[in-house]
Design a protein around this ligand. Structure first.
Ligand code: TYD
Length: 254
């Protein structure tokens, strides 16, 4: 079979033409980057773990009625998704101060915020994804006012779902990023959660020890990234089939 046509090459994922119009194949690479591509490495196993974890989180969102672009996982590294028009914003939700917020406000990382805070960065690598106020989003037409209100309410629902799910396996959700896409149906756009939800785009700390189980392990050289992601997958009961393969004897069905 001829290789599918690549339509987008990202830092951690590539997109290929899908089998039907309106679909794409999202391929998870082992490449890791930080600081807008300044630090780079190939981390064996990361792509397969993120493919599984993103499937797990997207399926969970759909089960509680939050639409996503996810259709199905195809294999270890690929998933079938709906083609959407990506809104050029990184939608960030924070429960505890960390990263750029901690730096900007001089807060100690891990400080609990008075309530979850939603903020937006404009998606443009050449500008380093600058933080933007809501007024810019409306004024520059990246999203309409109603869409923006809907994006905030979806982001908070995603936060509740992810926080609860992760809390149940002893992990604190410090912050995360999602992307939102428009899915056009009969000239009417519906907002869906797109891109990925994985430890590449979340900050996850062990509740007991505070150990980091996310991409900060790579950004800050704290140890083995695959081990950290494997731990998240293990706790959630999600592991690539080659890792969990435990041969069992065939059973006769009467
Ligand atoms: P933030 O603290 O703003 O940036 P940094 O990761 O550079 O310190 O990030 C908040 C959360 O959003 C964090 O979990 C990482 C995630 N994020 C991305 O995954 N991609 C992005 O482009 C941005 C801006 C944030």
């Amino acid at each position: 079979m001829a290789r599918r046509k690549k339509i987008y090459e990202g830092k951690a994922k590539d997109l290929f033409e899908g089998p039907e119009p309106g679909t794409l194949v999202q391929y998870f690479k082992d490449d890791a980057t930080a600081g807008n591509g300044e630090k780079k490495d190939v981390i064996e196993g990361k792509g397969a773990l993120n493919n599984r974890l993103s499937e797990f989180f997207m399926m969970g969102l759909m089960q509680i009625g939050i639409p996503t672009h996810f259709i199905k996982r195809l294999n270890m590294r690929e998933q079938l998704i709906r083609q959407v028009e990506i809104i050029p914003l990184e939608v960030i939700v924070r429960n505890f101060a960390a990263g750029t917020m901690a730096k900007r406000l001089g807060l100690e990382e891990g400080t609990a915020l008075p309530r979850p805070i939603v903020e937006f960065s404009y998606k443009d690598d050449s500008l380093n994804d600058p933080l933007v106020p809501e007024e810019y989003i409306i004024a520059f037409g990246w999203a309409g006012q109603q869409e923006l209100d809907d994006i905030i309410s979806v982001a908070l629902r995603v936060n509740d779902f992810l926080s609860g799910t992760l809390f149940g396996v002893g992990i604190k959700l410090i912050d995360f990023k999602i992307e939102i896409g428009r899915l056009w149906e009969n000239d009417y756009p519906r907002l869906v959660v797109a891109d990925e939800i994985s430890p590449d785009s979340c900050r996850l700390w062990d509740i007991e020890t505070g150990e980091k189980l996310d991409k900060d392990v790579f950004r800050r050289d704290l140890g083995n990234l695959t081990d950290a992601y494997t731990e998240v997958a293990r706790r959630l009961g999600v592991l690539p089939s080659n890792v969990t393969h435990t041969p069992t004897k065939p059973t006769l069905i009467n």
